[in-house]
Design a protein around this ligand. Structure first.
Ligand code: PLP
Length: 452
């Protein structure tokens, strides 16, 4: 890929930012070293080593759109736990619901009334009438793939190259020169994903039809727009073709709204008029308390119930989880949907997403950088390429890891946290116009230094 900046200058600035980070974060550095005694690589999960600095900042506390680290530095948080904290950190109504429900019982293996409220609210937002609950979006996707295979009797699923739907075995696959290939980094797969999965590029209608025409695909698992290799939006007409082809070849359509909920209160499904057979979502639903769910149409629900009714037992077949649908998750989901991620909150968040994107675009134009910007509602990001990629494969080839690490570290050193792995910012109900403008200012300084 052709570089859009002077690499020598970039490395020199990166060394400076690295040294500044180390000087400013001594306590995080100490904790990171101490963590190595009992934590692999010094962190609770391996991906926490992938932040742009030499070690992650350790958090002291967080509220709204801000957090403070153990060195006493405060940040505007545009990462928001990669959507898990989209409602903002510790939103008052969710915290109250947590305290209240924790005092009344957390998990019982019995339903609570909140589940009925949340089921009805999910129908209001996404249109699908029937819902089930679990703890993570990964599980919502895993369970849905199983149900789709079970009721269709078909062995395969279809996903897009460079998609991400959580740690779901069948989805860790890409196209390499047109050949379905296990995605690099797949850890200890039980089965090679090309055996379970057909994979096509997003926005490629002809490839989709070829794959579905085998009539062995139980379901397509799709984000409405790819968001995990950067934002790759659907081209005009793509979703109509996807819906028409899945119906024609007897394949169910599963829409994963875990990230595209940023499009509005009913995600891209409502904002763009999609008509999925199943819908999955997790992460922000309970303000960060583990909670996820999957919905289905009347037709799918009838088939699922007939299928489940035919089984000797429904608790050991791969769709379950003792803590799934627990009282605490449901109570906090209710509080979050009723009081925090409201329709009005989305209006503000989407406006802020526009302000963030306009600010960055203005800098890119003023500085004459060959970069571009993408946005879905309350989520926006910049790309180091003059034209936006139209497939996951294209997006993967234009990724500039070195430059992205620099822009992230530059922002972090000036009190701004972006989502790692891409240059993405998400707005919460607590984010302010000043927060957005502060990012624009820092982005402009960074661009100015890079092009000086
Ligand atoms: C679109 C999408 N679906 C599902 C998941 C899985 O979420 P979790 O890791 O909370 O299970 C992710 C995680 O990033 C995601 O981006």
């Amino acid at each position: 890929m052709e570089s859009t900046v002077d690499r020598g200058r970039l490395r020199e600035l990166m060394r400076r930012e690295h040294d500044r980070f180390v000087a400013d974060h001594p306590r995080s550095g100490e904790l990171f070293e101490r963590g190595k005694t009992n934590l692999l690589a010094g962190v609770p999960m391996p991906w926490m080593t992938e932040w742009a600095g030499p070690y992650p900042v350790f958090v002291a506390e967080a509220e709204g759109a801000r957090f403070t680290d153990v060195d006493g530095r405060t940040y505007i948080d545009f990462c928001l736990g990669d959507t898990g904290a989209m409602p903002g950190h510790a939103p008052k109504m969710a915290v109250e619901a947590i305290a209240e429900q924790a005092g009344k019982g957390i998990t019982l293996m019995l339903p609570t009334e909140d589940s009925i409220w949340v089921g009805a609210e999910m129908q209001r937002r996404f249109g699908l009438p029937y819902w089930q609950f679990c703890l993570t979006a990964t599980d919502a996707n895993r369970f849905t793939l199983r149900l789709a295979r079970a009721i269709t009797g078909r062995p395969k699923v279809l996903v897009y190259s460079w998609c991400y739907h959580g740690s779901v075995d069948e989805t860790i696959i890409t196209l390499e020169n047109g050949v379905p290939t296990t995605r690099p980094g797949n850890v200890g797969p039980a089965v090679s994903p090309p055996e379970t999965t057909r994979v096509v590029e997003f926005n490629d209608v002809a490839a989709l039809e070829d794959a579905l025409a085998h009539e062995d695909v139980a379901c397509v698992l799709a984000e409405p727009a790819l968001t995990n290799i950067g934002i790759v939006p659907p081209e005009p007409g793509y979703h109509d073709a996807l819906r028409e082809l899945t119906r024609r070849y007897g394949t169910y359509l599963v829409i994963d709204e875990t990230h595209t909920i940023c499009a509005g209160p009913g995600g891209a499904t409502r904002a763009w008029g999609l008509r999925p057979d199943f819908l999955t979502i997790g992460k922000p639903l309970a303000s960060g308390v583990p909670a996820a769910c999957y919905g289905m149409t009347q037709e799918v629900a009838d088939r699922v119930q007939t299928y489940m009714g035919s089984l000797p037992a429904t608790d050991v077949g791969g769709v379950g989880g003792t803590l799934s649908g627990n009282a605490l998750s449901l109570a906090v989901m209710r509080a979050t949907l009723e009081h925090v991620l409201t329709d009005e909150a989305f209006d503000r968040m989407v406006d802020l997403g526009g302000r963030w994107a306009d600010g960055v675009k203005g800098v890119i134009e003023a500085r004459g950088l060959p970069w571009t910007i993408q946005r879905i509602g309350a989520r926006a990001e910049y790309w180091f390429t003059p034209t936006a990629p139209r497939t996951g494969g294209e997006a993967a080839t234009v990724d500039d890891h070195e430059l992205a690490r620099f822009t992230h570290l530059y922002a972090l050193n000036r009190g701004i946290l972006l989502t790692p792995f891409h240059n993405m910012a998400l707005m919460s109900p607590s984010t302010t116009e000043d927060d957005v403008d502060e990012h624009t200012k820092v982005f402009d300084e960074m661009a100015g230094e890079l092009t000086a």
